[in-house]
Design a protein around this ligand. Sequence first.
Ligand code: SF4
Ligand code: SF4
Length: 57
Amino acid sequence: MPAKVIVEKCNGCGECIEQCPEESIKLVDELAVIDAETCTDCGICVDACAEEAIEME
Ligand code: SF4
Ligand code: SF4
C-alpha cells in the first residue's frame, strides 16, 4: 500500500514534499496528496511529517 495522508492532521507545511525521493507528493488546496502510481512505499514521508499525518498500512 502506498503512503496515505490523514487530511485532518495535515497542515500543508510541505516537509514531506521536500523529502520524498520520488517527487510523489504535491500540495493541493494546502493538503499533501500522494501519487500512488509513483510512490515506492519507502516510508520517508511518514518519518518526515511532524504532525503524524502520513501513515502506511
Ligand atoms: S509533512 Fe505532514 S503536515 Fe506537512 S504537508 Fe506533509 S503530510 Fe502535511
Ligand atoms: S512513501 Fe516514499 S515514495 Fe511514497 S510518498 Fe512517501 S516519501 Fe514518497
